[in-house]
Write a protein that binds this ligand. Sequence first.
Ligand SMILES: [Zn+2]
Length: 153
Amino acid sequence: MWIKNKYWHKEGNQKWVFKTKESSLYNIASTKIVRHIKIKSKHHVFDGQEEYWNKRRTMNRTTKTRIDLGMEKQKFRCNVCKGLFKHDSVIELDHIIPQVGGGTDKADSRQVLHRHCHDTKTRTDGSLDQRQHTKKKGLIAKDIKAIHALSVT
Ligand SMILES: [Zn+2]
C-alpha cells in the first residue's frame, strides 16, 4: 500500500500517474497522432509542378529549419536568379551582407539560394577576400604565440 501512495498519484482526470516529488513519468498516450498527408494521385516528382512540391516540402514539418522559413518567405524562389527551387535543388542559406564583413545572423539578413547561385554570390561579394585576410591574421597571431612560447622556455 505504501508503494501505491508513494509513487502513484491522481493528476487531472487520471487516477494512476507514476510520479515522485520532482518529476512524473511521461504519459505516452498524451502524444498526439500526426498523420502523414498523402501525395495527390495526379502528382509525381517529375511532373514540373514545383510549387506543389515546394509547399509540400515545408508544410508538414513540426520544426522548420532556417532554410524552410527562408523558402516560404521568398515564395520558393531563389533571390539571385529568381528561379523556382526544384525538388532536387541544393538549397543553401546565405547572409546578404557576409558575416565576415559585419553582417548579422538575424532572419532579415538571411536568404536562401541555389548552391550554384550562392557560389557565384560568394565569389563576388568580397567575403572570400575578407576570409583570406582573417586567415592570414590568424597565422600571424599563431606565429607570434609560437615565438613567444619559444622565448619563455
Ligand atoms: Zn538561383
